[in-house]
Design a protein around this ligand. Sequence first.
Ligand SMILES: [Zn+2]
Length: 461
Amino acid sequence: MTKQNLLRWYKFKGALQREDWLMPAYVGIDKEGIIRHLSTQAPVEGVALEVIDGYALPGFQNGHSHAFQYAMAGTAESHPAGTEDDFWSWREAMYGTALSVNPDQAEAIAAMLYAEMVRQGYTHVAEFHYLHHDKSGKPYANLAEMGERMVSAAQTAGIRITLIPVFYQKGGFGKAPEDRQRRFISGSTDSYLKLLEASRTAVRSYAAASLGLSVHSLRAVELGDIVSTFEQGPKDLPFHLHVAEQKKEVADCLAYTNERPMEWVLNHLPVNHRFNLVHSTHLDDDEVSRLAKTGAQVVLCPSTEGNLGDGIFRMKEYTQLGGRWTIGTDSHIGINPMEELRMIDYRQRLVTHRRNTFQGDAAHYLINEAITSGRVAMGKEVQEHFAPGLPLDAVVFKASSHLVETAHARNLSAVLVYTSDSSRILGTMVGGNWVVRDQHHQRGQLIKADFLKAMMDVRKE
Ligand SMILES: [Zn+2]
C-alpha cells in the first residue's frame, strides 16, 4: 500500500490561500487530521476522494470571548424612557449573570456558544476567563475548576480553545474590589500565577487546548502588579489585555496616572507581537502611530463594541501604518465572523464617507489579517492558510448558492464576506472532521438539551 493510500482525501472547488484561491484543491490528511498533501493536481488514480461542492476558507479564530455572557445575549436591549442606559449599567446586568452560574451551568452555556461558533465558521476560541471562584467568592478546591469547565465545553463542541485565565484584582483605579466582583478576584500577582499554573493542568486534558496570560485591564489590576505579572509570567504565552474601551476609562486613567491607557501600556510594558490589546477604541494620534509599529494585535469586537456603544477604533489610519489586528465576539451578541469583518469596513466607510477603507481586494485582506493575526493571538505563528503540517480547519461555503455560483473568481472572497450569512455555509471542519454539516452539529441535540436546562435553572434562581 502506498503512503498516499493511508491518507483521507478531499477535493474542494477551491481553498483560499494568502495570495489567491487554489482551484480545485486536493487535500490529503493523515489520521490526526493534519494536512500531508495540498495541490491543484489530483492524487494518483484509485484513491477514494470525498468531493465537496464548496469553497474552503481557513477556520476563523475568535480572539476574545467571555462565554458566560452568552446567557444574557439579547436580554439587555430594552431602555425605558428617562433611564440612563450605558456601558456601566449593562455591566450591572452582566454582574448579575456572573454571580448566578454554577460550574455545570457555565459549562453548558459555553458548550452551546462554542457549538454555535463552529456552525458560523470559528474553529478556535480565546476564552478570556475571569469567573474563577464559587458564588461566595471562595476559590474552588481545584483553583481552575471553572477554567477546566471551559476546556471541557470546547471539547464537547469540537472547537480548539486557548484558555486565558485573567488576573482581576480591583474595583477601578485605586479602588478595592466590589462585593459583586468576588468571583473574579486574585489578590496578588503570586495568587494569580498559582491560578495560571492550575489552568495549565486544566488544558492538558484536551489536545486542542492551550494557555494564555492576561490581566483584565488597567482599571482592574494595580499598575505595578501588571508589570510584575508580565515579567514573572511565562515568556512563551500570548498576553491579552482590555485597553481603552470606554471614554470614562480614559478619563479615570488620566486622572490616576497622568497617562492615557494605551500611552501607559506603551510606556511601561515591552509591547510586541505577544500582546493582544482588546478594543483599543479611544486612541490619540500618537498612540495610533506608536501602537502600529509594535507588531501587537488589536482584537476588535465590532458587534459587541457597537452594542455597548463603545466607539470606533481608528482602523484606516492604523492599517495604513501597518498595524495588525484580529477579531473576537466578546459578549456574543453576534457570533458571525463575516458580520464582524463587514462592520470593521462599514464603520470606517460611515465615518470617512469613502468606500475604499482598504486598498485592493478588501475581503481577501480582511480574511488574511483576521486569520494570520488571529493565530498569533492564540500563540501560533503560521503564515499560509492551508499547508502541509497544519490541521485541516476550514469553514466551507456552498458553491451552489446563487451569488457564489455566478461569481468570477476575482470577486469570490468579496461575495462570501459582504453578502453571505450562515445559511450559505456547507459545514465546518476541525482537524479534518466535519463538526458541523448542513447546519447540524455532531452533538447538537445533547448540547442544546444541556443548555436549555442550565438556562431554566439560572433564570429561576
Ligand atoms: Zn472583554
